[in-house]
Structure formats: C-alpha cells, structure tokens
Design a protein around this ligand. Structure first.
Ligand code: ACO
Length: 398
C-alpha cells in the first residue's frame, strides 16, 4: 500500500496497523505458514517430512540455498561448519567478565554482537562470498557461545568444540562433558535436539525475524543484526513461553488439579501457557512432532513426571468449548520445555536453544532481504497524536 495524497498539503492515506497484524513487510520464498490449516513448510517442504527425514544441517543448507543438498554438497557444507566452530580466545575472556549469575541469553546477545569486532570484513555485505563465509561462521559458532554461557554460569571451564561429533552432539559435548574421557551423547537425546533445532529453524515474519530484517536493512554487518534478532527473542512473549509452561505445570502440581486450573483460566485468572498462537488457529504442526519426540526421549532417558499433567491439560482443553471456540491449540512451546528439562537443561537455556535453531532462518531472511531490489531501509510511518505547534516558554516563565 502506497501513501495516497491529493496534494502536497494532504496528509494522505496510510495504513495504521500497530504490531503489523495485517501488514506484509516483505515478500519471501523461504517459509510458508497456513495458520488455519496448521501447515508449515520450509522452501515448500512440509515441516513433518523435514523433521522425520533431514538432519538439521540439511535444513540449514535448504534455508540458505533454496534446495536440498546432494550427499557430497552436504558433506562439504558440514565440513565447512566444523571448520568454524571455534571462537577467538578473547571471546572466552570477554565471557569471563560477566557476573557469575548472568543470564545466558544476555551473554549470547553480547558475544554475538562482539563477533563483529573480530570479523570487520563482515561489513562488506555486497560481496556474496564474504556474506556466505559470515553466515557459515555464525551457524558454526552460536552453539559454542551458547555452551560457553552455560558453563560460565556454573563456574565450569569451557569445553572446546569436538569436530568429530554431529552439530547437536558437539553442542551437548560442550555443555555436559565433565571428564577427560570422550563424551558420548545419548543417541535419542542427540536426535531429539537435532529435530528441535529443525522445528525452530524459521517461522517467517515473527518479532525476531522482523528485527533481523529491520536492523539489517540499514546495511549493518550481520553479527550486529543477529544480536538484534537474539535480543528480540529474549523477550518473554517470544522465546520465553516454554519456560512459563514448566512453571504452570509445577503450579498445577497433579493431574487431579487440572480441571480446577482450566476453570481458573476460563475465568480470566491467567492464560494456559503453550496454548494459542497469533497465526495458528489449529494444532501447531511443530507441537505434533514435539509430542512424538517427547515420548522417544522419555523412553530413552526416563519420563518427565510433568508430562502426565500436560497431556491431561491438552485433553481437557481440546474438549472444552472455551478453547474450541477461540481456536486455542497447543503451540511449539507446550511440550518443548518438558524435553529440555528431561535432558537436564536449565530453564534459562531454553531461549538460547531456540536462538541456535533459529539462526539459519534469520540469516536466510537477512540475505533474501539484501538481494531484494524492492527493499530499502525499514522506515515505517506513524500517526502523530501530539501537540500542534506551540511557542517555547523560557524556564523562568513556565
Ligand atoms: N489461554 C487462555 N485464553 C487464551 C489464550 C491462552 N493461552 N490465548 C488466547 N486466549 C484467549 C484470549 O483471552 C482472548 O479471549 P477473548 O476473545 O475472550 O478476549 C482470545 O483467546 C484471543 O486472544 P488474543 O490474545 O487476542 O490472541 P493473540 O493472537 O493476540 O495471542 C498469544 C496469541 C500471545 C500466543 C496467546 O495465545 C497467548 O498469550 N498464549 C500463551 C503464551 C504462549 O504460549 N506463547 C507462545 C506463542 S508461540 C511462540 O512465540 C514461539
């Protein structure tokens, strides 16, 4: 929609759409969502099929390049990622400077941003080769930064990347390795983490993708734009809902208390966390995959006792007129926290895991935005509601 003016003095017609609920800020070929039908596709491929058949790095390749890789191309890409997992020692020292109880998401945002000072050439964003190198670096290094943040919080020495391991396996190793012997991640946990990264890899124009595109549209280097996207994700309305689900399940306490809790939600005393979505007015397709995944993980490493409360909550809510009428279904956050908790991950790491998975989506969208000739620096208009002109009054006369 372009501004329509009848003459130079006419303010014209403008769309007023706070929170962009009905405004497309860009066109994109990356991710398709049909919220009414509960459909999510990356580059045309249904999320269920990618979660079932593709590794996370295959999905990263797909998002970045538009097509699935042949075996050789995937091997080359995976090798490239492995070659860039290390971060400069000064980044480790920078992290040492944070308070012992610093939130890992705050540390991640700061160190992603600090990477721009280690790679000043990253600002040459018009150079395709250079752009690609920076994207590979960010995808490779973000698990390293995340694991460093986790270990800093616990006063543990960092574990350097082990390039013999898979993307998810290497991350688990950097997080949990405690002895000199080679750490072996549980295959079910490693696979679940890989799938969780895939499920979070992109979700079109959400708050953080919008931040990545908006900040990136100023042509700043991609590390600075990525730090902005991570900051947007840090907010409790975006990346923090799965943590709220765990708090809620603890508060409910037992299966028998679920009906009482549902009634309190219906009275407006709180929300059913992990339910409802701005776009999905049907079952979030990612939640379906995660529910299945949770069973696999619990079979392998033991059940999270909160799952029984969650399943009962879902069963009752899906039969209740209040939730049916408002089209409130479980979203991606409803079961993911239960898996992370069973894996031994603390709650403050949940948004960090989201950020690792979402990084390729942010980067693919950033590059798409740069190559889109229709895109300029993001600059929305406003509806001014302040004073008309008035005269300045000197301070002694006010
Ligand atoms: N529990 C109870 N009622 C709800 C819930 C919920 N989780 N979500 C929405 N509603 C009700 C609202 O009270 C409202 O009812 P009303 O029409 O009687 O006033 C109606 O459903 C519509 O709600 P809105 O807030 O207008 O819906 P919106 O699309 O703006 O909100 C949101 C979407 C923020 C996700 C909301 O459903 C919510 O707060 N859910 C809980 C938090 C959550 O799980 N967030 C994670 C989202 S997924 C992600 O970001 C990765």
């Amino acid at each position: 929609l372009r501004q329509i003016k009848t003459d130079a003095n006419d303010f014209g017609m403008m769309s007023y759409d706070p929170a962009f609920t009905n405004t497309a800020s860009c066109s994109s070929k990356i991710t398709f969502i049909d919220g009414d039908a509960g459909i999510l596709r990356y580059r045309g491929y249904p999320i269920e099929q990618l979660a079932e058949g593709a590794s996370f790095l295959e999905v990263v390749y797909l998002l970045m390049n538009g097509e699935l890789p042949q075996k050789k191309a995937l091997d080359t890409f995976a090798h490239e990622i492995v070659m860039h997992t290390m971060v400069h020692e000064n980044i480790r020292e920078l992290m040492d400077g944070f308070r012992y109880d610093a939130h890992p998401m705050g540390m991640l945002i700061s160190t992603v941003s600090a990477l721009s000072t280690f790679y000043p050439e990253a600002k040459k964003i018009e150079d395709a080769e250079n752009r690609r190198l920076q994207m590979v670096r960010m995808i490779a290094k973000i698990p390293t930064l995340a694991a460093y943040a986790y270990r800093h919080r616990r006063g543990l020495p960092v574990v350097y990347p082990d390039n013999d391991l898979s993307y998810a396996g290497n991350f688990l190793n950097m997080m949990f390795k405690m002895t000199e012997t080679k750490y072996k991640p549980n295959p079910a946990v490693e696979n679940a983490l890989d799938v969780l990264f895939t499920l979070h890899a992109d979700h079109e124009q959400n708050c953080s993708a919008n931040a990545m595109r908006g900040v990136g549209s100023s042509k700043v280097d991609p590390y600075s734009a990525l730090a902005a996207a991570c900051a947007a994700l840090y907010g409790p309305l975006h990346g923090g809902a799965n943590e709220e689900v765990i708090h809620m399940l603890h508060k409910i306490g037992s299966k028998s208390k679920v009906p009482e809790f549902i009634e309190s939600v219906k009275k407006g005393e709180g929300r059913l966390m992990g339910f409802g979505h701005r776009v999905y007015k049907n079952y979030d397709p990612r939640a379906k995959v995660i529910k299945r995944l949770a069973d696999e993980v619990f079979d392998a490493i033991g059940k999270n006792p909160l799952i029984d409360i969650a399943v009962e909550l879902e069963r009752i809510a899906l039969e209740d007129e209040y939730f049916v009428k408002r089209k409130l279904y479980p979203n991606v956050d409803f079961y993911s926290g239960l898996i992370y908790q069973a894996m031994g991950l603390p709650m403050d790491m949940y948004p960090v895991l989201f950020a690792i998975g979402r990084t390729p989506g942010w980067l693919a969208q950033w590059e798409e935005m740069l190559l889109d000739s229709e895109q300029k620096i993001a600059r929305p208009r406003q509806v001014y509601l302040g004073y008309d002109q008035r005269d300045f009054v000197a301070i002694d006369k006010r």
